[in-house]
Design a protein around this ligand. Structure first.
Ligand SMILES: C[S@@+](CC[C@H](N)C(=O)[O-])C[C@H]1O[C@@H](n2cnc3c(N)ncnc32)[C@H](O)[C@@H]1O
Length: 352
């Protein structure tokens, strides 16, 4: 517990270049005062503070590390420019739009249903190699079938032709199907292989002419040779990443708050997605605006090491209570999905 500006300075000598993921969810400076913290500062002071802490945090990142920052419309544009200057525009990865609520807010001019997550890499090329795909959905797996009882297992067929823009002559020829039907590439397209390679693929049982042996030839993409997964998208709806309401319910269900619960928690699903995409098992995770402790709780359930910092004693006390419950195997949030049943431990430090 402590002011991140001070704590980070003290931790730097130990954790410089050691952190795989930084997630922060700072006060957004929207002029509200919440029960647990104030969220109204002069814009210049807010952005200056953010700049100082982000510069400090950058030094903690590993070469393939990334920082993810939750923010809303009030300061998003200014924070983006600030982060561009710290990380370099070339290291900007993406902006996620997260659907934080799925009900309409009728009192406002527009019902404000989303927030952003700004993502920067320490080094975009290294992060690109590290970025994990999301697990394949059942829908994706269902596309792999085995109509010809291929001993190598299920497969799906994909097109054998590509746009002819950069084609060479050897990619234009006719293919004869097992039934004798002649197939030419569609207009404006060519085959992906030359004729010799195509014949090899046909004799290796890698080309599918349909169940009647008469259809347009297609390539068999075997499940066993496929790195299955889904490239993450930038639009995260509430089914995928939860809502603020889900987050509050997660806190309520823990039964640790003996007064009002923390005002602005993030749902465990949201952190689950971020940690899935941005880290591997050996990555250390840092959140220096810890709040109710969502980042720490999810990191713990996913077997990652983590550091969480919060300036507010009361907030921090509840975050520690939450972690205690996590260690005991509480079954809320993502627990069922990741089969969390408890274990491991955490240490608490107070800076002064
Ligand atoms: C929006 S909340 C974070 C919520 C969190 N993501 C969650 O899921 O509960 C922001 C937190 O930052 C903390 N904070 C603000 N200024 C800070 C500082 N200088 N050092 C450490 N924590 C700070 C506040 O006490 C508050 O708990």
């Amino acid at each position: 517990m402590g002011d991140n500006k001070i704590v980070l300075k003290d931790l730097k000598s130990i954790y410089e270049h050691k952190v795989g993921l930084i997630y922060i969810d700072p006060p957004y400076n929207r002029g509200d005062d919440f029960i647990f913290y104030k969220d109204s500062q002069k814009h210049d002071e807010w952005i200056e503070k953010m700049k100082t802490v982000i510069v400090e945090m950058k030094g903690f990142l590993k070469e393939d590390g990334s920082i993810w920052i939750s923010i809303d419309d009030s300061e998003m544009a200014y924070l983006k420019v600030c982060c561009d200057s710290i990380f370099g525009r070339e290291n900007f990865v993406s902006t996620i739009v997260w659907q934080k609520r799925n009900t309409r807010e009728n009192r406002k001019i527009f019902s404000n249903n989303h927030e952003y997550i700004l993502i920067y890499a320490k080094d975009i090329k290294k992060f690109k190699k590290k970025r994990n795909l999301l697990p394949a959905t059942q829908e994706l797996l269902n596309r792999y079938k085995n109509p010809d009882n291929d001993p190598r297992g299920p497969w799906q067929s994909v097109t054998l032709s590509v746009q002819a823009g950069h084609a060479v002559e050897s990619q234009f020829y006719s293919i004869e199907s097992p039934t004798g039907k002649i197939h030419n590439p569609p207009k404006g397209r060519c085959w992906i292989y030359n004729e010799e390679r195509m014949q090899q693929e046909i004799s290796n049982n890698n080309i599918w002419f349909g169940s009647d042996g008469n259809g347009v030839p297609r390539l068999k993409k075997l499940l066993v040779n496929t790195k299955l997964g889904i490239v993450p998208e930038t639009l995260w709806d509430s089914n995928f990443a939860g809502t603020t309401k889900d987050a509050k319910k997660e806190l309520l269900d823990l039964n640790i708050y003996d007064e009002d619960i923390f005002d602005t928690p993030k749902p465990e699903q949201l952190l689950y997605r971020i940690i899935q995409i941005a880290t591997n098992k050996d990555d250390l995770i840092l959140d220096c605006f810890l709040g109710s402790g969502t980042t720490a709780a999810v990191a713990h359930k996913l077997g990652r090491d983590y550091i969480g910092i919060d300036i507010d004693e009361r907030t921090f006390k509840y975050a520690c209570e939450r972690l205690k419950k996590v260690c005991q195997g509480e079954n809320g949030g993502i627990s069922n999905e990741v089969q969390w049943s408890g274990g491991d431990n955490y240490q608490v430090c107070k800076w002064n």
